[in-house]
Write a protein that binds this ligand. Structure first.
Ligand code: SER
Length: 628
């Protein structure tokens, strides 16, 4: 089966159980500061799990784009990927265990057609300290389901991974594990959850890829015995049924949520791999197509040691294409840094296979073709994606070769902090890449020293520039600073055309663009955006001086100085006033800087791109300075 087939079957199955299909949220969470990327389908639904009504009802289904940056280094083996799709269905205080477990079991065994004898289950063993009982109900439901298929399912208490390795499965099919394994919340185990966080016991389903091994692990000598939670690779978790029914209180105890929810998450790629009975997830259709294209481009076959490069390229290109389709452009910080890291690592491996800069675009076409129907932003952003891939490849290729030469000159078994720093700043080698190159040669990198150097570097380049902006500036380079001043002008323009209720609600400014959130209740039409754009460009043409004036906070407020985070500022504040020779005040705003000295220093035409909702009552615009 293909990804597309399994995804469709899953959605159709739950639609037939009265679930409404909801779209996948973006890879960058909009209102969730707990993670850099969306890593599970429930994240965007949090308010609804806590009781807020969902416009589509109480039964929801989707396939969510997810990304886990912590797995980047693991990619290369047969099962780790950075990007993945999580199949999800939710009950918002509607059905519970006795519907969910049979539905998922039916989906796996009847719709996908997996052999029930290859499925193994884990359940929660209880947490006496927090008064949370063992999940005996799920055990009873699972036993019944297996029984109907002629399987006598025994339950065994294993509790921990160690115990599992020592005792093995003892002929069991359902295993009790403790909170470390069978409790789910965004923060992990009960003791790690902050007050107000919801969570609950879960029941996970595993597929056995190698029943012929009896009690043994897939890697010889990995553990005395194998079991579902063993990490050797024999068992793969394909679905997780979370019974999201508790919330942590201020005093640290747990209470039942007013509504008992189901939060189910299933690994689409892994279910396809199980169906194909092949534990190499890179054999599923989308990856197989990418790998074939790499073979064609390089004239090298996918086998032996080089398989690792193929897998890294395939995973990273797919991940980066999805990032770009969500507007996460390559930068040197934050989420954009991950896009850049994926691309640079892919380029290094393409270089190993002696493939040139046409490769990324050729590969991206396969990704867009495979997923474009489901995730429409891929097709919509095709041109930007291709242009960015080509630009990144060209830019990095020019320093890659000289950087590699520089690397080859390093002697001994330690890459010094200075060398790693030069490779980073002059040749654009992400530090993780230097570490990887070093490891291949049995060398180590002085990471402590490198971190210290980076910290010193950051301090020097930021000296004098206090950071008071929420979200704020990615760096203090000339381009970022220009965009920062332009952002002040944009806010003044927005207030001019939309009214005084408009205030800053957040910002994030990089060399490439400004992302700006502001309070406003409805969509801003293009006509108004054009006017705001013109206002900023006029201010740039006016060559207005940008001056810092210090004044008491009360005076600033009286003068109508714009500011959003008054409470964060001291009694005497810095106000940036942008005023031209004719006495026209283009902007006056509370800020910590840095700014250009004169708006004439802003190079390029200020251009407002997308405008969309950011959260309730908050809009988000992105704008750039286009070279003219
Ligand atoms: N939230 C759970 C997970 O991420 C199930 O959706 O595994």
């Amino acid at each position: 089966m293909t990804l597309q087939e399994v995804r469709k079957k899953y959605v159709a199955f739950f639609e037939s159980q009265d679930h409404a299909l909801i779209p996948s949220a973006g890879l960058q969470p909009e209102n969730d500061a707990t993670t850099l990327f969306t890593g599970s389908g429930m994240q965007p639904l949090l308010p609804h799990l806590l009781g807020e009504k969902h416009p589509k009802g109480t039964r929801l289904v989707n396939s969510q784009k997810c990304f886990r940056a912590e797995d980047i280094d693991e990619v290369g083996d047969n099962r780790h990927t950075t990007f993945f799709e999580m199949l999800g269905n939710w009950s918002l205080g509607d059905y519970f265990k006795k519907e969910q477990l049979p539905w998922f079991y039916t989906f796996l065994t009847k719709e996908v057609g997996l052999d029930p004898a290859r499925l193994y289950i884990t359940v929660f063993s209880g947490d006496p300290e927090n008064n949370i009982p063992a999940d005996v109900e799920s055990v009873a439901i699972w036993k019944d389901l297996f029984k109907k298929d002629g399987i006598d399912a025994h339950d065994i208490e294993l509790l921990t991974e160690e115990q599992g390795g020592e005792q093995g499965m003892q002929g069991g099919r359902i295993f009790y594990f403790d909170a470390k394994k069978n409790w789910w919340s965004r923060a992990g185990e009960p003791q790690h959850m902050p007050a107000g966080e919801p969570g609950g016991p879960d029941s996970e389903v595993f597929f056995d890829f190698h029943p012929e091994l009896g009690e043994k692990c897939v890697i010889e000598g990995y553990g005395t015995y194998c079991h579902p939670n063993c990490d050797c690779g024999r068992f793969m978790e394909i679905g997780n049924n979370v019974f999201m029914q508790y919330i942590k209180k201020e005093d640290g105890s747990f209470e039942e949520l007013p509504q008992k929810n189901i939060d189910f998450g299933g690994g689409l790629e892994r279910i396809v791999a199980a169906k194909n009975n092949d534990d190499d997830v890179f054999t599923i259709d989308v990856f197989a197509n990418l790998i074939r294209e790499i073979e064609t481009l390089s004239n090298i076959s996918y086998k032996g040691d080089q398989q690792i490069s193929f897998r890294i390229i395939a995973d990273h290109v797919r991940g980066a294409v999805f990032m770009l389709s969500d507007g996460i452009m390559p930068t040197n910080t934050d989420a954009g840094y991950v896009t850049r890291r994926l691309l640079r690592r892919a380029i290094i491996h393409l270089n190993k296979l002696e493939v040139g800069s046409e490769a990324l675009v050729a590969l991206s076409k396969h990704v867009i073709k495979a997923y474009g129907d489901t995730y429409t932003s891929l097709a919509e952003k095709k041109d930007v994606i291709e242009a960015t891939l080509l630009a990144e490849h060209t830019k990095f290729s020019s320093t890659l070769k000289s950087g590699l030469k520089r690397f080859e000159k390093i002697r001994g078994d330690l890459v010094s902090a200075e060398d790693a720093f030069v490779l980073f700043t002059t040749y654009g080698f992400p530090i993780e890449m230097t570490e990887e190159l070093a490891e291949e040669k049995g060398m180590k990198v002085d990471m402590e020293g490198f971190k210290k150097k980076m910290e010193d570097h950051r301090k020097t380049s930021r000296a004098g520039a206090e950071h008071k902006f929420k979200g704020g500036l990615a760096d203090t380079s000339a381009k970022t600073t220009m965009l920062h001043t332009a952002t002040h002008l944009m806010l003044a323009g927005l207030r001019k055309y939309l009214g005084d209720d408009v205030h800053q609600a957040g910002s994030n400014i990089t060399e490439e663009r400004t992302r700006f959130d502001f309070t406003h209740n409805e969509k801003v039409n293009r006509d108004t955006l054009d006017k705001v754009e013109a206002y900023v460009n006029e201010a740039i043409s006016a060559k207005a001086d940008v001056a810092i004036e210090q004044m008491p906070k009360t005076e600033a407020k009286e003068k109508g100085v714009e500011g959003s985070f008054w409470e964060k500022y001291p009694d005497v504040v810095n106000v940036y006033v942008i005023k031209d020779d004719h006495g026209v005040v283009w902007s006056q705003e509370l800020c910590g800087g840095p700014h250009v000295k004169n708006t004439g220093d802003i190079k390029g035409a200020f251009t407002i791109g997308t405008e969309k909702a950011s959260s309730a009552g908050v809009r988000r615009v992105k704008a750039t300075l286009e070279t003219v």
